[in-house]
Design a protein around this ligand. Structure first.
Ligand code: SF4
Ligand code: SF4
Length: 386
């Protein structure tokens, strides 16, 4: 198994093109990646309707470069994602993230996942199981899925990279409902790891030129991680991501579950080309606050959960009452209080999935952690320093 790493400090066309060419060269460039398939489904991370410099979504210059490269060798190229939409329409997401321009310039075709045919899959995690409908085209043997992920932190799963990006192949509002069915982070991680496992017909690239840390995946801080990663296996790219930011893959809900499903994927066994992992190391990646509670043993967590459970908190002065959070919340924990004209949270219903933070267009929802978690955070920072 191969992993390719390229340092790249910005999205300027000459820099970027050179880095991308070097990135895919170890895989035989476009024809080596496409093999005998004739179609490419590009799946960028289009989580929010935000402009590329916010670092929430895969940069359009990378998407465009891949569209053109695959078109040049005769492939039909499709582009799509299914972000959690609380308000508005998918077209708004395509426009703001720069994808409409890519399609206009290249003639690639947008896919509305919600309008395409889907097929059902039964997925079990822990004692729970459910049927999920997934985009039918993604199973087509003639289709390469180009998994164009983004290097970001994530309030529920700590990081969101390559394996998590496959969750967007689940069309529509099933995604928030799945949070309700699998509220435990590790059960949710197992669900995502199993979804990614269904698509061996993929090739992964992580856009980490500008990454995100802090309270990702939508409201964190853009950071200059200056790296591009590519692999035939999404887990290989995510293991590299963990190494670069100095976090243990075994402690992360999705990656630890993916490791159980793919014990053969280890950094020691992967052939690395381009830059070495030490050359692209990023010190000072701020992990999100909320997942600190993952480190607390479950029996203890049950005892002290009131003190430590992270909670979304609405900043009323930023809120424009658009209702996106109300529409997306799988636990119906948010409502509009007509008399006070404020958006209210019912904490007894909240399952801490943080879907509301992902859809808020004004970053008006932050995450409040209890005093015990604050203490843990302080101790962690202290341990890192010494
Ligand atoms: S309020 Fe936010 S974090 Fe709580 S369940 Fe609803 S969407 Fe999830
Ligand atoms: S908190 Fe955000 S998503 Fe919810 S109503 Fe206000 S602006 Fe809209």
């Amino acid at each position: 198994m191969k992993l390719s790493i390229q340092k790249c400090s910005n999205y300027n066309p000459e820099n970027l093109e050179m880095a991308l060419e070097r990135l895919i060269q170890p895989f035989g460039s476009f024809s080596g990646i496409l093999k005998d398939r004739r179609k490419v489904l590009i799946k960028p991370n289009l989580l929010s309707a935000k402009s590329p410099e916010k670092a929430v979504t895969t940069h359009p210059s990378i998407v465009e470069w891949f569209v053109r490269g695959f078109q040049k060798i005769g492939a039909s190229v499709y582009l799509g994602d299914s972000p959690p939409i609380g308000i508005g329409r998918i077209e708004e997401y395509w426009k703001k993230t720069g994808m409409s321009d890519v399609v206009e310039k290249t003639g690639a075709k947008f896919l509305y996942f919600e309008k395409e045919t889907s097929r059902m899959h039964r997925i079990a995690s822990g004692k729970l199981q459910t049927d999920i409908s997934l985009l039918d085209m993604a199973f087509d043997k003639d289709v390469l899925i180009l998994n164009l992920a983004k290097l970001k932190s994530h309030n529920l799963t700590v990081i969101t990279g390559a394996v998590k990006n496959f969750f967007g192949l689940v069309p529509g509002l099933q995604k928030p409902k799945l949070h309700k069915i699998f509220p435990d982070s590790f059960d949710f991680g197992k669900l995502i790891a199993q979804i990614a496992q269904l698509f061996p017909n993929s090739f992964t690239v992580i856009d980490g030129i500008t990454g995100m840390d802090g309270d990702g995946p939508a409201g964190g801080n853009p950071i200059n991680t200056c790296v591009l990663l590519a692999s035939e296996h999404p887990l290989a790219a995510d293991l590299a991501f963990c190494k670069i930011i100095g976090t243990s893959p075994e402690s992360l809900p999705i990656i630890s579950e993916s490791l159980k499903l793919n014990p053969h994927v280890t950094l020691e066994k992967i052939e690395i080309s381009g830059n070495s992992l030490s050359e692209v190391k990023y010190s000072g990646f701020n992990l999100p606050k909320a997942p600190l509670f993952l480190k607390i043993p479950k029996p203890l967590f049950k005892l002290v959960q009131k003190l430590i459970k992270p909670k979304p908190r609405i900043c009323q002065s930023k809120c424009i009452k658009c209702r996106a959070c109300i529409n997306i919340c799988p636990a119906h924990a948010i409502s509009l209080n007509d008399s006070s004209d404020t958006v209210k949270l019912n904490y007894s219903k909240c399952i801490a999935c943080f879907c509301c933070t992902e859809v808020c267009p004004k970053n008006a929802i932050d995450i409040h952690i209890g005093s015990l978690l604050n203490l843990l955070k302080f101790l962690r920072a202290l341990l890192r320093r010494y």
